[in-house]
Design a protein around this ligand. Structure first.
Ligand code: NAG
Ligand code: NAG
Ligand code: NAG
Ligand code: NAG
Ligand code: NAG
Ligand code: NAG
Ligand code: NAG
Ligand code: NAG
Ligand code: NAG
Length: 372
């Protein structure tokens, strides 16, 4: 009682074993039993060919037009350790595509156009995979969420090398690599990464090499420096060919670089790209001399003092002009002063009189009754 779908699968398995037994080779491929190698290179294939012999350990299906790959493509290929699917315009990786490849260690998916990666697209039998090459494999940055999910949810716990170079990545979602605890080499060069955030490299407890060259980092602020400091002490970093912008804001990074020359392998080669006057200046030198942020602060104090002196002179001049005007008006002023003095005297005498009345109880009685 086989349903139609089952009958197809059954037939495919039978066909495969027939091919294997006959040690024949699928059309448009070249097979070498002695070298355990099958190559189907640039033959305009639209699907993964059926009937690849079971002795194959190295399988190269490259430079074709295979749009999508799924779990049906690789049945019966227990012995394949190296699979290259480079340059096939693959846009979709279905769930458990490679799970039948029980011995798979090296998977090359570079130079494809992935837009849909199933979260379990890279789920492997028994965590077998060691190297995954996704260099220039994504169609554009939009696939990064699919990629991050698949790196977290697929069984890649034994992965040691991951190449994500040349994918136009602008950012990496936090904890993208959190399930890759065995990863040693991470290639992120030739992307457009602008920042390193808290959590970007979380979980990479065995990392040995991190390549961040040819990205869009203008600086690495404190948050990113802490993240890099949290990587294993033995991990070496590459940071060259980023558009470092040498204003005072880069100082914490430059000082960190000076401290971290042991692990930043290209520290001595890092140069400023902006501003134009700083172009090609070594970042290490910029930290100490050329940037001169603290001299600039001293200069600001100087300017402040200068402005106080200037203010004093202006106030002095205003005072002089005032005195001069007073001098010119001296007659009128004398008259006013006299008038004022007379007025004061009158007021004073009036007050004095009232005070005398108030201080004599009898007179105050009189004044109260008189007021009443
Ligand atoms: C895998 O290789 C082993 C030994 O080389 C061989 O016995 C076995 O038949 C191969 N598997 C398949 C599916 O051909
Ligand atoms: C498989 O690929 C890896 C990495 O590309 C290479 O080092 C290894 O020699 C290859 N194995 C075989 C049997 O060709
Ligand atoms: C899974 O891998 C472990 C260690 O790599 C190995 O001992 C075990 O035999 C493997 N199991 C299967 C079913 O391949
Ligand atoms: C990944 O593939 C690209 C292009 O096919 C190649 O240049 C690069 O060396 C590979 N990466 C690794 C780590 O082998
Ligand atoms: C990536 O490509 C898809 C499909 O063509 C498109 O919808 C999306 O806008 C592109 N994203 C970016 C960032 O260019
Ligand atoms: C970076 O990637 C672009 C295309 O993605 C490619 O043309 C260029 O050669 C790469 N540069 C380096 C240094 O790898
Ligand atoms: C980073 O994020 C974690 C939570 O995800 C938080 O506990 C930790 O304090 C943060 N570290 C810094 C330096 O902000
Ligand atoms: C920067 O230095 C490199 C070599 O050190 C040189 O080739 C390049 O012309 C320099 N660029 C500028 C703008 O000075
Ligand atoms: C850079 O580090 C060296 C020692 O490695 C130290 O002597 C020097 O003062 C440091 N420069 C700055 C600006 O901290």
């Amino acid at each position: 009682m086989l349903g139609p779908a089952r009958r197809v699968v059954f037939c495919a398995l039978v066909c495969c074993s027939v091919y294997a037994r006959a040690s024949s080779c699928p059309p448009r491929c070249e097979c070498s039993e002695a070298a355990h190698t099958v190559k189907c290179v640039s033959r305009d294939l639209r699907t993964v060919p059926v009937g690849i012999p079971g002795y194959a350990r190295n399988l190269f299906i490259t430079g074709n037009h295979i749009g999508r790959v799924g779990p049906g493509c690789f049945r019966g290929l227990d012995n394949v350790t190296n699979l290259s699917l480079s340059g096939n315009r693959i846009s979709e990786v279905e769930s458990h595509t490679f799970a039948a490849l029980r011995s798979l260690r090296y998977l090359d998916l570079s130079n494809n156009q992935l837009t849909n990666i199933h979260p379990e697209g890279f789920s492997m039998h028994n965590h077998s995979l060691r190297e995954l090459n996704l260099s220039r494999a994504l169609y554009n940055h939009s696939a990064v969420m699919d990629l991050a999910a698949s790196l977290r949810l697929s069984s890649l716990g034994a992965l040691q090398g991951l190449d994500l170079s040349g994918n136009g990545l602008i950012f990496l979602p936090p904890r993208t690599f959190s399930r890759l605890g065995r990863l040693r080499r991470l290639q992120l060069s030739n992307n457009s990464l602008v920042a390193i955030h808290n959590g970007t490299f979380w979980g990479l407890g065995e990392l040995e090499q991190l390549d961040l060259t040819f990205n869009a980092l203008k600086s690495i602020p404190e948050e990113g420096l802490r993240e890099l400091d949290d990587l294993p002490a033995a991990a070496s970093l590459l940071l060259g060919d980023n558009p470092f912008t040498c204003t005072c804001a880069i100082e914490p990074f430059a000082l960190w670089l000076n401290r971290s020359q042991g692990r930043v392998r290209d520290a001595e080669g890092l140069v400023c790209a902006f501003p134009a006057v700083m172009r090609n200046v070594s970042l290490l030198a910029a930290a100490t001399r050329t940037l001169g942020c603290h001299q600039r602060a001293a200069g600001a104090d100087m300017a402040l003092q200068t402005s106080y002196v200037f203010l004093g002179i202006v106030l002095g001049l205003v005072g002089l002009v005032f005195l001069f005007v007073l001098y010119l008006n001296r007659k009128g002023i004398k008259k006013r002063v006299n008038d004022a003095r007379d007025a004061c005297r009158e007021v004073w005498e009036g007050y004095h009189y009232r005070y005398e009345i108030d201080s004599d109880p009898r007179l105050s009685q009189v004044s109260v009754s008189a007021d009443a």
